[in-house]
Design a protein around this ligand. Structure first.
Ligand code: ATP
Ligand code: MG
Length: 178
């Protein structure tokens, strides 16, 4: 299975200028005092995974630029690159930048549309719209409080098991008849 090797950050939230976070192992733990930026690491990763601003604890993307939270953005752009390593140690770099109030997406330095970007992420098992990658602060409780049907829907979306539902029902029926 592939894994996230490193993130390269530029003027995103609490990081001024260029910063490297990693290299990560297959399992990682982030510790720090309150307000030290632990959730910002998750925000950086979700940002690079194409998450919407509202899911990143802001109304507008430009608020994610370093200093913007106090009305003094240090620049007009921010960037997060995610270095993904597959089983054969081949690296793919997914990069998202803020341009005004919209985004630019690059894969290995090549400019791509959001659709292509999300498609490439889906190929490595990241389905951003299913929000499967990250469980945000407070989300454990909200997932636990979902009604069973909603929770099932969420896991079906994450695991892609819905795609096999028809085949499953067919085989189950055939087995019952046999
Ligand atoms: P907790 O333990 O309370 O959950 P945390 O470690 O998860 O805290 P974060 O929410 O990641 O903390 O980080 C909060 C910090 O990020 C605050 O100090 C805030 O000032 C800083 N911050 C948020 N947005 C920006 C920004 N645009 N520019 C600079 N700093 C920012
Ligand atoms: Mg936090």
């Amino acid at each position: 299975m592939g894994y996230l090797k490193q993130i390269d950050i530029e003027n995103f939230k609490s990081w001024r200028g260029k910063k490297v976070i990693g290299p990560f192992m297959r399992f990682n733990c982030i510790i720090g005092t309150n307000g030290s930026g632990k959730s910002n690491v998750m925000d950086a990763i979700s940002f690079a995974m194409g998450e919407r601003a509202t899911c990143l604890r802001v109304k507008h993307l430009r608020e994610l630029i370093h200093g913007a939270h106090i009305g003094r953005p240090v620049t007009d752009t921010a960037r997060v690159s995610m270095r993904y390593c597959d089983e054969e140690d081949k690296e793919t770099v997914f990069c998202r930048s803020i341009v005004g109030d919209s985004s630019e997406y690059r894969i290995n330095g090549v400019h791509v549309s959001l659709a292509k970007y999300l498609e490439a992420l889906e190929k490595i098992g990241i389905v951003t719209k299913a929000r499967n990658c990250l469980v945000f602060q407070g989300a454990v409780e909200s997932i636990a409080l979902k009604d069973p049907k909603e929770r099932t829907k969420m896991f079906e979306c994450i695991s892609h098991s819905k795609e096999y539902a028809a085949e499953y029902e067919q085989k189950k029926e055939a087995l019952m008849k046999a």
